[in-house]
Design a binder for this molecule. Sequence first.
Ligand code: SAM
Length: 240
Amino acid sequence: MNRDGLELLRRGAGILGVEIEAQLPAFEQLFTLLQEGNERLNLTALRTEEDIVLKHFVDSLTCLRGSYLEGPLTVMDLGTGAGFPTFPLALVKPQLQFTPVDSIRKKVEFVRDTAVQLGLSQVTPLVGRAEALGRSADHRDRYDRVVVRAVASLPVLAELALPLLREGGLLVAQKGAITPEELNAGRRAAGEVGGKVQVVDPFELPVSGDARTLIVIEKLKPTPSKYPRREGVPNAQPLF
Ligand code: SAM
């Protein structure tokens, strides 16, 4: 990462109030590994230094708004892709135990290799689909938090994530601008799967000013056993 990239990262994190000075070398290493991985595996559409720093690193750190990720917590990152938001969050919050999940094996292998190279032993990547994990005894009702970025619409996320949470656990969904229709459908879906939308927090991505919304759904009671429906159905036929 060149000097401009480092300054952009410092500036973005500074606006968010996230202290990253000690982690800058690790972010530089992550940047290099991501570029190498992209050349081999075509992992992410974001290629320029500015895009990677702002739209992967700083953007992932915005999940820390509102302090829903404080303390020792188990966190599933659903649909992690090349490891976002897991990596930036794991670098600055070492007390979080991450399970980044994706259905695409080559992405998870990249995340696994990268976690080892960064020395992040608290990151345990997993190949799988949310629909299957949500019905497996090893993962259902287990996690303190599920974080998601850029995976699906809110009603789909509610059905995929709530079964994985323990009661009292939180889905922290980082999205772009959300329409009233999607939010309304998300509220209804959350109710159907045992949860409630507790927070809708619109904000701007530092530096670029792009619209973002952090949405928090709390699991209040057990998710009915018929959810999640079988693979592909939540997306093809959203609950609302
Ligand atoms: N969260 C990453 C980010 O913000 O850069 C990746 C976003 S990418 C657009 C969405 C990822 O979610 C893809 O890698 C896809 O394979 C994964 N995904 C979508 N639906 C999934 C499901 N039901 N179970 C597991 N992974 C899923």
